[in-house]
Design a protein around this ligand. Sequence first.
Ligand code: DC
Length: 259
Amino acid sequence: MNHFNIAVDGPAGAGKSTIAKLVAKELGFVYVDTGAMYRAMALYFLRKGVDPKAAEEIERSCPEVDVTIRYQDGVQQVLLNGEDVSGLIRTEEVGNMASAVSGYMPVREKLVELQKQLAAKENVIMDGRDIGTCVLPDAPAKIYLTASVEVRAARRYKELLEKGMKADLKEIEKDIEDRDYRDMHREHSPLKQAEDAVLLDTSSMTLAQVVEEILKIKYNNGQEELKFNYDLTSERKIPTRWVVTTSTDGKIKRVYSTK
Ligand code: DC
């Protein structure tokens, strides 16, 4: 049995999570934010006062860290050793630490395993940096979302101002460039476009346009279009050619390929 998984990768600030959430809603899929898992690990190390360069200490501490995911009203929450830290991981400090500690293999092994388990249970749209290349190499639909550094920085700047926070556009740009460099040049699972991923540059696209593009991309190496039927029982769009079973409450139990 195979679930229908969509892999979304791309650099920080490309709009992956906003877009993946909208697509998930449209398709009735579960949205999995893998960056949140790395951020939870990063929070653990920040609280412990660990230097991001202290490879040995980080690797030694990995077994102490338990990251789990739960869903409340369809919204992902991330638990760090049982504590819901979803509201504490969105700062630049945690983001930069996540980018640093995600370079260590023991950190990645732990989280990739959790991500694979989630995708094996449900139809997911999962976003991150290595989803199409490493976590879900067989996903039938892969998208690489990007945008120019200037556009990504401007979006982030606007977001922070809207939250009433102080922000410096030049500093954000520099931060994004540094993060891109680290994420793309690390030894293990660096950020890169999977060969069979569809590239979408969202620099001059609206959210609605990106979602629309994703819903009509070709999958399986461009051989088939992702077509959907509207399923009246579940009130969800279902990829055609995929067998769907629903439980009595109308929820999709499983979707699997007939091939
Ligand atoms: O998407 P994000 O900004 O929340 O991710 C934070 C950091 O976590 C990112 O800079 C690199 C790392 N990360 C990763 O290495 N692999 C993933 N699948 C997701 C995130």
